[in-house]
Design a protein around this ligand. Structure first.
Ligand code: ZN
Length: 479
């Protein structure tokens, strides 16, 4: 090539402004063991992140202004928690230290969707979303005095036709404002008729939303017939066409867990879109003044010993039960067995979800440690699940549950080019839960880096308090 032509070529090349290698990505996660439950990938890859998304997944090293060496660490999709009741963003840092990058209040939901999202804008370490809730709307319509759960008329009185119309309108408004689903605390609203619930399922179906349900009658506090509550919501789903997600099958099913998982499997085989979830603890937790304890005023004395008052850690007697029921507050219920919980966690249909609350005042260790406990106890120590199976239950399956209603969930729960850079990067040999029933507000260990929309919330194993890269996850708002 003549020198003149070479000069021309150089001039042409300089016009094609290739970015310098350092500018191609904002951040590179190098040498990590990338596990993606959707594609089945489990191999060392380099992950290039740009503008909050995964821009490249490469077998060759990538360059960037910042490179994090993830040698020996698992790079997984950030965990998606479909069951969370916390109200204080501080508690979401505990979730981040547990690998959670998106957290949803779906089982109970709220009465005012806009207010809930507005209160969180710019303040959240992880992504957040909410359901419009049948019980909260019922509480507003019936002027119920309860905190969070119904304590008066909304629990114990059937709705009049006028009230039912108001409840329906309240739920419809929430869906129009982009609620992720419809919450049903049916165990806490026993006076709501089957017709009322079916009417709300019909509203959900019109908006392509699933019902997220604490089934009727069933809880850690006891039930006459656990299968009845499950069969009811499967019927509502079949009649209305709205999908249904059954909360905490571990605590709702108790001794019936194998039978109830079989019912869900059979319903799915007949084309009904029913899913479920579990948390890895033998104790439940709920409010002592709720309907669940209405039948507890005259139990054998040893039954009260299954109850543990969260504020003090003391086990209850009939006398202290009656005292605290007047006062109101959270109580742990030690009712389940390890074998039943293992059955629930290991079943291929079950997602992992925490049912967590604010960590202060004290609550339940599940708020801070659900995901680490599954990875430590059921994957590493017990072998009930492979790492791939566990990660699928924590990320891909919950993303898929929400996709029909919230299209952006197709870009979460995966490690692939184009997906949101929500990542849980952890040491599989040391990840573990630390929180206990007596000291629930303790960070889990082993999460080395947690990224939310490409930004660090956990770095070098330490939480970055004050990091707020969380974004609202919301269904399209109706015009
Ligand atoms: Zn529940």
């Amino acid at each position: 090539m003549r020198p003149r032509h070479l000069l021309l070529l150089c001039a042409l090349l300089s016009l094609i402004s290739l970015p310098a290698a350092e500018d191609a990505f904002d951040l590179v996660i190098a040498n990590g063991r990338v596990i993606d439950p959707e594609s089945g990938l489990d191999a060392v890859r380099h992950v290039g992140i740009r503008a909050g998304r995964i821009a490249a997944l490469s077998e060759r090293a990538l360059a960037g202004p910042e490179v994090v060496d993830a040698s020996g660490l698992v790079v997984a999709p950030g965990f998606i928690n479909l069951h969370w009741h916390g109200t204080d963003p501080h508690s979401n840092y505990y979730e981040a230290m547990d690998g959670v990058t998106s957290s949803f209040e779906l089982e109970i939901g709220v009465a005012d969707v806009d207010k809930w999202y507005d209160a969180r804008a710019g303040r959240m370490p992880i992504n957040y979303g909410v359901a419009i809730g049948h019980a909260p709307v019922r509480m507003v319509v019936m002027h119920d005095p309860g905190a969070f759960l119904p304590a008066g008329d909304a629990a114990r009185r059937p709705a009049t036709d006028t009230e039912l119309a108001q409840i329906r309108r309240g739920v419809e408004h929430g869906l129009a404002r982009g609620a992720v689903g419809v919450g049903f605390g049916l165990a806490y609203t026993p006076a709501a008729s089957r017709w009322e619930i079916l009417e709300i399922f019909r509203v959900a179906a019109r908006y392509g939303a699933a019902g997220f349900v604490h089934i009727r009658g069933a809880s850690s506090a006891g039930s006459a017939d656990r299968e009845e509550g499950l069969l009811e919501v499967i019927a509502h789903s079949a009649v209305s066409g709205a999908p249904v997600h059954v909360a905490h099958i571990n605590s709702s099913a108790q001794e019936a867990v194998t039978r109830m998982l079989a019912i869900i499997e059979e319903a799915r085989a007949r084309g009904i879109d029913v899913t479920t979830e579990a948390y890895p603890y033998t104790a439940g937790m709920t409010r002592i003044e709720s309907f669940l304890f209405d039948s507890w005023t005259d139990k054998p004395e040893q039954d009260y010993g299954k109850l543990q008052w969260v504020a003090t850690g003391e086990r209850l007697t009939r006398e202290s039960f009656l005292k605290y029921r007047k006062q109101g507050g959270y109580v742990l219920i030690h009712a389940n067995t390890e074998a039943r919980v293992r059955t629930a966690i290991a079943h291929p249909l079950t997602m992992i979800a925490s049912d967590g609350f604010d960590v202060e005042p004290p609550s339940h260790p599940r708020s801070a440690a659900t995901y680490s406990r599954v990875l430590a106890h059921y994957v590493r120590e017990d072998g009930a699940l492979s790492l791939m199976q566990a990660l699928r239950k924590m990320s891909l399956m919950p993303a898929q549950r929400l996709e029909a209603r919230v299209p952006e969930m197709r870009d979460k729960g995966r490690v692939r080019a184009g997906a949101h850079a929500d990542l849980a990067i952890f040491d599989p040999a040391t990840v573990r839960d630390v929180a206990t029933y007596e000291r629930p507000a303790q960070f889990s260990q082993g999460m080395r880096y947690v990224l939310v929309n490409g930004a660090f919330v956990v770095r070098d194993g330490e939480v970055i308090e004050g990091a707020t890269p969380g974004r609202p996850v919301r269904a399209p708002i109706a015009p």
